[in-house]
Design a protein around this ligand. Structure first.
Ligand code: ATP
Ligand code: MG
Length: 398
């Protein structure tokens, strides 16, 4: 018997949508197709409550499953085998799956997606369980913590049998929630923040501020490497590189040292907003987490918000550094972020920034700056780079 592999994808939150479910599923299917497009022929099908990737004659079914596990909206994915819905065919594939495998305990988890199938799931569990026991006489049935769980999903036209089901990221498919402009430093936090917005269905536009030629171009290289990694989750990305050194020099001339961090951040927000709006962004996102550093107090966050005409989303606000670092490691951004470099915020930045600036203090600090011209200067100097995955072709448009 030739095994017919397929990846079976389950979703959770997408399934909770009512009227919009077809739209969410279309995005999920399209993203699954895109994420696996370089691996070989994949035929996608929507079945009740699942998406199926038919992989007959596919050279790398496991790689397809691993890619599916990195698609936002996927609750779980498993490499399954397709058989006709007869008990004999099910037994044949179950036999193949347990062949050569040692396990002390197991369970069969049968589910019928349509109730007119002549056997109930209890009967299927019993029949197939007895069959496994014949093949592996030393194994016992354990319904609670089995070493091996054999899933049998009976659909009208065929049945899917699989053993190992892995958890995906969950959330919503990228493209269903609009665009946000994420302020991406070379640090640990902002890449995680950008990813969390993707996981809520957003397409992320990246904005990085650098201080070339006052500082080396390392921060840009890090931003590129981070965007490249994060593009694996949204397939196409745009990175805007904004020269900020000249703007900081202007700030230094008139703004007292303790106020500079908040003034820099407010300028970044204004520039990111202008660049983002021009590309359809409906919000900004940052990697701020309450209390983590001096600029991240409630007072300073309020001052930063007051500079923006778009909502500023802070998905990490309630997370602590250990949790954020754990996510960064899992994403593969951590190794890039910890590469040493000098962020533009280390340039002309005081050792003791003000932690609780009032509106009056910020107004006084910015009084002698020509804000519109600084914002225009930042926007005019921005360069755009595009990234894509899986193709990874990169085009630079200046
Ligand atoms: P991160 O780890 O993301 O750098 P952080 O803990 O260092 O964050 P801050 O330096 O206060 O915190 O920066 C707060 C947020 O401001 C960052 O998460 C990022 O969204 C934004 N930001 C800071 N520097 C830059 C930059 N050079 N370019 C773009 N955004 C920046
Ligand atoms: Mg930082």
């Amino acid at each position: 018997m030739k095994l017919r592999p397929a990846v079976i994808v389950h979703y959770h939150e997408v399934g909770l949508k009512r009227g919009n479910r077809p739209l969410f599923l279309r995005h999920l299917a399209r993203n699954l197709a895109r994420a696996t497009s370089d691996l070989g022929p994949v035929h996608l099908r929507q079945l009740s409550g699942r998406i199926l990737l038919d992989l007959d004659d596919h050279p790398a079914p496991e790689t397809v499953r691993d890619r599916a596990l990195r698609v936002c909206g996927v609750a779980s994915a498993a490499l399954a085998y397709r058989v006709p819905s007869s008990l004999d065919a099910m037994k044949a594939v179950v036999g193949r799956l347990v062949e050569g495998r040692t396990f002390a305990s197991f369970r069969i988890t049968a589910r019928r997606a349509f109730k007119t199938y002549p056997m109930t799931s209890v009967e299927l569990n019993r029949e197939l369980g007895a069959f496994v026991l014949q093949r592996a006489p030393t194994a016992r049935v354990d319904l609670h913590e089995p070493e091996l769980e054999i899933h049998v999903e009976v659909m009208p036209a065929e049945t899917f049998v699989y053993t190992d089901r892995f958890a995906g990221p969950g959330g919503l498919p990228v493209g269903t929630a609009g665009t946000v402009a994420a302020l991406l430093s070379g640090g640990i936090d902002s890449p995680v923040a950008a990813w969390r917005m993707m996981k809520r269905g957003c397409r992320v536009l990246f904005v990085h501020f650098h201080s070339v030629p006052y500082l080396p171009a390392t921060s840009q290289a890090k931003a590129r490497a981070l965007v490249e990694r994060l593009t694996e989750w949204q397939y196409e990305s745009c990175l805007l590189l904004v020269p900020f050194g000249e703007i900081q020099r202007e700030v230094v001339l008139t703004v007292p040292p303790p106020a500079r961090v908040v003034v820099y951040r407010r300028l970044m927000v204004r520039i990111a907003e202008a660049l983002g709006r021009a590309r359809g962004a409906q919000a900004l996102a940052t990697g701020e987490s309450l209390g983590q550093v001096a600029s991240q107090t409630l007072e300073n966050i309020a001052r930063i918000d007051e500079a923006a005409g778009l909502p500023i989303l802070r998905p990490l606000i309630g997370m602590d550094k250990l949790e954020i670092t754990g996510q960064a490691r899992w994403l593969g951004t951590f190794e890039i972020s910890i590469e040493p470099d000098q962020d533009c915020c280390t340039l002309f930045t005081p050792r003791h920034p003000a932690t609780r600036m009032s509106q009056e203090e910020v107004q006084a600090a910015e009084a002698r700056l020509d804000l519109p011209s600084l914002v225009a200067q930042g926007c005019a100097g921005a360069t755009v780079e595009t990234f894509d995955f899986p193709a990874r072709a990169r085009v630079t448009v200046v």
